[in-house]
Design a protein around this ligand. Structure first.
Ligand code: MN
Length: 236
């Protein structure tokens, strides 16, 4: 392959609403090497204060406008050195072992938070319905059992990380957790699958309101869970 075309990486946006913006800078024959995709911070589908009292407004503001923004900015910087052609963030994550820690940490950070924001909503909570509910009952016995196992994964993840409900390659539900900004799409993950539920258990997600009481934050999170979004993740 000619050098110029190899460097013409077109990682265009593909996951709906994932906050990826296809920036068609210089996709001309004259300047192939200048073309690139930049990722951008997705807007929240609610206001910072709307998840109160379960998640406080200041935590949401800092978490979204500072932490997530930093993952986006640092991902864009890290991708300047990537010469592989990728069409989606998922493709990057599935090949993450080939890339730097900066791509892994910030690519994961961007993907995970984009998913996390959408999985919450004001006046959320309740219980799952439809085919997701059926799958939970089949796999775990009932919703309460699944919730307990998920909470255990969230509480026992040492240090910073995430808890997940995933759909694996066989279509079966599983609970897992990952360190740092890793996720179950990454080829380095202990368990692979498509995220259905995602819970951020970094201290920055809860410390202002809950301090060291991660378990209280985990318990409160179920009150803002957006089950419609979880159902979409499961159906996709
Ligand atoms: Mn976070």
């Amino acid at each position: 392959m000619h050098n110029n075309s190899r460097r013409n990486f077109i990682k265009q946006s593909a996951i709906a609403g994932a906050g990826l913006v296809f920036a068609a800078r210089g996709i001309s024959n004259a300047s192939l090497a200048d073309s690139s995709t930049t990722f951008s911070l997705p807007a929240l589908p609610y206001k910072y204060e709307e998840l109160e009292p379960h998640i406080d407004a200041l935590t949401m503001q800092i978490h979204h406008s500072k932490h997530h923004q930093a993952y986006v900015d640092n991902l864009n910087k890290a991708l300047k050195d990537v010469t592989t052609t990728y069409k989606t963030i998922e493709e990057i994550l599935k090949n993450i072992s080939k890339h730097t820690a900066a791509v892994r940490n910030n690519g994961g950070g961007h993907y995970n938070h984009t998913l996390f924001w959408k999985l919450m909503k004001p006046n959320g909570g309740g219980t799952p319905t439809g085919s997701l509910s059926d799958a939970i009952n089949t796999t775990f016995g009932d919703f309460e059992k699944m919730k307990q196992l998920f909470n255990d994964a969230a509480k026992s993840r040492f240090g910073s990380g995430w808890a997940w409900l995933i759909k694996n390659a066989e279509g079966k539900l599983e609970i897992t957790s990952t360190p740092n900004q890793d996720n179950p799409l990454m080829d380095v993950a202990e368990k692979n699958g498509k995220p259905i539920l995602a819970l951020d258990v970094w201290e920055h997600a809860y410390y202002l309101k809950y301090q060291h009481k991660r378990a209280d934050y985990v318990a409160a999170w179920w009150n803002v869970l957006n089950w419609d979004e979880a159902a979409k993740n499961f159906a996709a």
